[in-house]
Design a protein around this ligand. Sequence first.
Ligand SMILES: Nc1ncnc2c1ncn2[C@@H]1O[C@H](COP(=O)(O)OP(=O)(O)OP(=O)(O)O)[C@@H](O)[C@H]1O
Length: 216
Amino acid sequence: MSCSITLKQISYKNSSNRLFENVNLNVGHEEKVAIVGANGVGKSTLIRIIAGLEHSYEGVLELFHNKIDSKKEYKKFRSDVGYLPQDVNDYFLCPVVIEDVMFNLRARGVDKEKAYCEALKILESLEISHLKDRTIFELSGGEQKIVAIASILSTEPKILLLDEPTNALDVNAEKRIVDILNGIKKSMIIVSHHKTFIDKLAPTVYTLNSTGLELN
Ligand SMILES: Nc1ncnc2c1ncn2[C@@H]1O[C@H](COP(=O)(O)OP(=O)(O)OP(=O)(O)O)[C@@H](O)[C@H]1O
């Protein structure tokens, strides 16, 4: 199997105790995998390890069959990985929706006019082009999550890491996110407590506990 993400014997210890050990996982090309588990077991921590934001772990992380053993090595793949944090409040870099989606495009050297057109296309594909001139911090929680997904997609990642993409969302917003994510053909790891959401999205579900990942 062609794997986008491979974890071998990952273990993590915070300042006071070992959170988890023996975490092994393969996520194939365009495969969607969900991770569930009790509060505080370390799901967000595991996602942050894969997102290259947490480095003090033991074991092996591979992206596209390349062993990532340093921050420098991770840098080569950073643009391939899109990470949606649990709390998107600190995620946005610009105050206005279209500007935030354009930001990554502009950072990659795309000229302003083309970046605007591409950002608008992404907003249209997610059916939120009516929000393009709105101030992000005045949007609802669900709208903000979808804008954050739009900004992530603007980087054209091959992998999406989504930490609680539907927390605090109503049923309609959750359904919108399910439809959006089902329409995206990328390797994905989704952390969620919402069973109905996961059932509609990820054929493979693991439970994280202190001794590793268990297939449900
Ligand atoms: N910045 C931090 N500093 C210190 N401890 C932290 C920090 N972030 C998380 N922790 C601790 O690490 C443990 C795992 O947290 P993590 O957020 O990874 O769990 P989780 O499984 O995602 O939880 P939840 O389902 O509640 O979101 C918890 O005990 C938490 O208190």
